[in-house]
Structures are given as structure tokens and as C-alpha cells.
Ligand binder design. Structure first.
Ligand code: ADP
Ligand code: MG
Length: 309
């Protein structure tokens, strides 16, 4: 790439709200074989809302307990739960959580009112319950209850919702269904990339069912969806896809957990409104938070390269 073409490209990008931090991206963007998207906050708006609360406790007591725990987490899911509690006028201000821990990509755990509360995805809860198999709870009863909650969780997942399970002192006490809207321009973005011959993929820490439903809605084929991916595995999957497509790959993401994937990809595209770490890790930043600017960026790169040749 000639210095002139690069200067023109960076300037034109800036006008479009596309910040190009590393001019080397122009050289590979013409040969991209795959564009990989994070789900939450990238394909979806990233402002999940609590849609369902199913519990055998008193609903308000349950929501209060769960939001006290989640008020220690900064995850969008945690924000959604706390927001719901505030909407219900529940007072969660002066309760402290002991031994709070957030397990990235899985859930949170801590003691509220002397009770151990765990909230997270199915795999995390299964892990937790499995580790505590020899506890003092009646096994038969437990199995029956767990079975029930699994059915409820399944139903929510079939609706494309992110499903959280809550355990209190090693007993499953409820299920929460969360829903996040798909961005308006997600579908057209995927379609435009496909029309340019770029394969589209999605990687998420969320469950498989939800991931597939969202993928279907935006036009990403089932085989190109990776669900239940832990944050430190995202980058490995980017490499795997790069091997499979035998060429250059781009990754689009917004979260802390996307930073390694953004650095690993040949072109890391960060959503401008995303976390600082994501923005630092990307070599392209979409300042206007518009997903379709991914397409604008690829088009711009192609034009710049043509001017060079
Ligand atoms: P994504 O890759 O879609 O941005 P994450 O890796 O951040 O998702 O999270 C993956 C999953 O871990 C979530 O869908 C949720 O089930 C669970 N999880 C993560 N953080 C929390 C939390 N604070 N409370 C409950 N569940 C959580
Ligand atoms: Mg995200």
C-alpha cells in the first residue's frame, strides 16, 4: 500500500466513523475469507432484559436475593437483573455479599444472608451441583426438582432466551429468562458480507439453542455458530476458523472477553461503545457503533487497494 493511498483511506474512514489504527489492515481486508462476530453487544444491542422469573420461592424475595448478588457484577446480565429489582421497587441497597466471586463466561457466586447463592448458565450450575453431590440434601428430591427446572430452562431456550439457573445452598430454586434485541442492521450486514464472498461466523458464551436462534435470525448458518465458548477459548476458535477457511479472518466484538480474539484475528474490529480493552485490542474501531460499518470498512479497503495497484 502506498503512503498516499493509506492516508486517503484513513481519512475517508474517519469521515465514515471508521477509525483505522493500523494501516496494515488494508492489505488483508481485500482477502478476508471469514468475518466472525461475537453475539452479546455485537449482533445484539447488549442490553438484556429480564423476561421470565420462575421460582418456588416468593418471587420478590427471590429477585431481591439474586439482585443483591448480581449488584457485585458488571456483566450486562447482572445489570438487567438489578434493573428489574429496582423496577419492582425492591430495596437492594444495604445488603452485603460475602465471598463474592464472578466466574467469567459462567456466572456468579456468593453468600447473601448467610446462604450460598449461585447464578449462572446450565453448565456452571451442573458443575457446581456435581461438585457438591455428597452434600446433606436428599438426593431423590433434588433430582426431581432439577428435572423440573431443566424443562423450564429448555422452554425458555427454545424461545431464544438466555437462561440462568439459580441455586441456593446447593438446591435449585429458580430460572430466569433474559432476552436481548438483535441490532436493526445485523441481518443486512451479514447478507452484504456473504455477497462479497466472506463467510460469516458467530462465537458466544451463551447457550447453543439461543445462539442458533439468533444466528438463524441474522442469516449465519448453524455450522458456523460456536456456543458455550469460555472467554479464553474465543481466540482459539478464531484460529481454528482461520485454518478451516485457509485465509484471512476478521473478528468483530465489544467485550472484555473479546479482547484476545480481536488481537488474534487478522482484522480486529471493535464496536466503539464497547469496553476499553476491546477498543485497545482492535485495529479498527467503529466509532458510530453501527454494525453495518463492518461492510463499509471492507468496501473502503477494496477501493483503497485498487488505487494502489
Ligand atoms: P457473550 O460471549 O455472549 O458476550 P459471556 O461470555 O459474557 O457471553 O457470558 C456467557 C454466559 O455466562 C452468559 O450467557 C451467562 O449464562 C453466564 N454469565 C456470565 N456472567 C454472568 C453473571 N454475572 N450472572 C449470571 N450469568 C452470567
Ligand atoms: Mg459481547
Amino acid at each position: 500500500a502506498t503512503p498516499t493511498a493509506i492516508t486517503v483511506g484513513i481519512g475517508r474512514g474517519a469521515e465514515l466513523g471508521i477509525l483505522i489504527k493500523d494501516s496494515r489492515v488494508f492489505d488483508v481486508s481485500d482477502k478476508l475469507n471469514a468475518m466472525i462476530f461475537d453475539k452479546t453487544g455485537t449482533i445484539t444491542i447488549g442490553e438484556p432484559e429480564v423476561m421470565d422469573i420462575i421460582t418456588d420461592m416468593d418471587t420478590n424475595g427471590f429477585l431481591k436475593m439474586v439482585s443483591i448478588l448480581e449488584s457485585n457484577s458488571e456483566h450486562p446480565i447482572a445489570n438487567a437483573i438489578v434493573k428489574k429489582a429496582l423496577e419492582q421497587n425492591l430495596d437492594i441497597s444495604n445488603k452485603k455479599v460475602e465471598k463474592f466471586r464472578a466466574i467469567s463466561g459462567k456466572g456468579v457466586i456468593g453468600f447473601v444472608d448467610g446462604k450460598e447463592v449461585v447464578i449462572g448458565n446450565k453448565l456452571f450450575i451442573e458443575e457446581y451441583m456435581g461438585n457438591n453431590k455428597n452434600s446433606n440434601t436428599d438426593d431423590k428430591d433434588n433430582n426431581k426438582d432439577n428435572y423440573n427446572y431443566e424443562n423450564i430452562a429448555q422452554k425458555l431456550e427454545n424461545d431464544g432466551k438466555t437462561t440462568l439457573i439459580v441455586a441456593v445452598d446447593e438446591e435449585i430454586k429458580g430460572v430466569i429468562g433474559i432476552s436481548d434485541k438483535i441490532k436493526e442492521d445485523a441481518k443486512e450486514t451479514i447478507e452484504a458480507l456473504k455477497n462479497m464472498g466472506i463467510n460469516t461466523y458467530m462465537i458466544t458464551g451463551d447457550n447453543e439453542k439461543t445462539a442458533k436462534i439468533i444466528g438463524k435470525n441474522v442469516g449465519i448458518v448453524e455450522n458456523n455458530i460456536f456456543a458455550n465458548v469460555l472467554p479464553d477459548e474465543k481466540a482459539k476458535i478464531v484460529e481454528k476458523i482461520r485454518n478451516n477457511v485457509n485465509g484471512y479472518v476478521g473478528f468483530v466484538g465489544d467485550g472484555i472477553n473479546d479482547a484476545p480474539a480481536l488481537s488474534t484475528a487478522d482484522v480486529g474490529v471493535a464496536i466503539g461503545g464497547g469496553t476499553d480493552i476491546a477498543i485497545e485490542s482492535g485495529n479498527v474501531v467503529l466509532i458510530k457503533n453501527r454494525l453495518k460499518d463492518v461492510v463499509g470498512f471492507v468496501r473502503l479497503s477494496k477501493r483503497i487497494l485498487k488505487q494502489i495497484k
